[in-house]
Design a protein around this ligand. Structure first.
Ligand SMILES: NC(=O)C1=CN([C@@H]2O[C@H](COP(=O)(O)OP(=O)(O)OC[C@H]3O[C@@H](n4cnc5c(N)ncnc54)[C@H](OP(=O)(O)O)[C@@H]3O)[C@@H](O)[C@H]2O)C=CC1
Ligand SMILES: O=C(CO)COP(=O)(O)O
Length: 323
């Protein structure tokens, strides 16, 4: 079996730092790269994103991209809209170096998935995707977490699972990269919808309806592109949807909650805000009905009020549930 000993993580935000800790706990040699990490390297703490979590001395924290290039596998954990630029900086990697995409989003402007972006920006990479219900702070603290790692070749996905798995971090291998990517990107849009529902105090029944009908949209969008239903019902689809639609710990949910309650929008990253209009346009192109996504995109661009969106969703023509 392919052996992965040295793991480099590109992106020293909440997720990149947590994944570096997971790799360290799994016994790997770990390099964490960030663009402004001198303070973190000295203090052994990511004070901005994971205060109070100590980084082990054995973990190399660096702003030198050359330190990443020799790794056996690279986890790319910067936000979705930066993946093209950041991947481009890795052009000197060895042919077929596994590059694991950890961002959850679609690229603005192109509507491309992260694997499509990587194929264009870094052709020598062997792509993989890591996604699933996993708050960075839970992973950083070593709380039990399960995710999916997908690659076209099962043996690469399995090698990555072996490299990252530990008693607190359990990856499952998968070959349906497309399904895993769609689940991870699209659940953020639905988490904003669920946040809006909670912030506007539409009630617990409405929250459950958004999760179930939102999942119907996720499934339709995924299947229209060839994703497997089992993947969409797995950790990266249904699993992450349930997590982020039910916790204010989710930045996407918190963003929606602020919209719904009229509070100031939080400054933290909410990937779903960029993905919503992209997913809406993609769905229209594919002829897939996605009314909740349409509503979120319209609320975000200011063309529809929350109350008008809720009324329009409730008064859509009555239909069979499974259609
Ligand atoms: N946080 C979580 O619980 C989880 C997050 N994810 C996904 O991981 C991705 C990253 O999220 P997360 O880590 O939480 O976000 P954060 O906001 O915590 O961190 C983003 C990091 O990316 C860095 N960054 C941004 N732009 C660039 C760039 N152009 N070049 C280099 N570095 C850059 C930032 O650097 P700087 O500090 O210098 O600005 C920052 O360190 C998202 O797609 C998210 O959906 C997935 C699962 C869980
Ligand atoms: O993807 C996540 C958990 O699986 C994190 O969600 P947020 O980006 O909404 O915080």
């Amino acid at each position: 079996m392919m052996t992965i000993d040295h793991i480099a993580v590109v992106g020293a935000g909440a997720w990149g730092t947590s994944l570096a800790l997971a790799a360290h706990r799994a016994g790997r040699t770990v390099t964490l790269w960030g663009r402004d990490v001198a303070g973190m390297a000295a203090s052994r703490e990511n004070a901005a994103h994971l205060p109070g979590v100590r980084l082990p001395e054995a973990m190399q924290v660096t702003d030198r991209i050359e330190a990443v290039l020799a790794a056996d596998a690279i986890l790319l954990a910067t936000p979705a809209q930066t993946v093209r630029e950041v991947a481009g900086r890795l052009e000197a990697i060895r042919e077929d170096t596994p590059v694991v995409l950890c961002a959850k989003g679609l690229e603005r402007g192109t509507a491309k998935r992260m694997t499509e972006v990587l194929a264009e920006a870094l052709p020598p990479a062997a792509p993989a995707v890591l996604s699933g219900p996993s708050f960075a702070v839970d992973v950083a603290r070593g709380l039990p977490t399960a995710v999916t790692i997908a690659a076209t070749e099962l043996k690469l996905a399995m090698a990555l699972c072996h490299a990252l798995g530990s008693a607190s971090f359990r990856p499952y291998a998968e070959t349906d990269m497309l399904g895993v990517e769609i689940g991870g990107a699209f659940k953020n849009v639905l988490a904003i919808a669920a946040g809006i529902v909670a912030g506007r105090e539409f009630g617990a029944s409405a929250s459950a309806a958004v999760i179930a009908r939102g999942f119907a949209e996720l499934r339709r969008l995924g299947e229209a592109q060839g994703a497997l239903p089992e993947t969409l019902m797995g950790l990266s689809g249904l699993g992450d949807l349930v997590l982020t639609c039910s916790s204010v710990q989710s930045r996407n949910f918190a963003y929606g909650h602020a919209l719904g309650s009229g509070a100031a929008l939080p400054p933290a990253l909410a990937e779903g805000a960029a993905t919503a209009p992209v997913a809406r346009d993609l769905a229209r192109r594919l002829g897939v009905p996605m009314p909740i996504t349409e509503a979120v995109a319209a609320i975000l661009d200011g063309t529809l009020s929350i109350d008008a969106a809720a009324e329009a969703l409730m008064l859509r023509p009555l239909k069979r549930e499974v259609d």
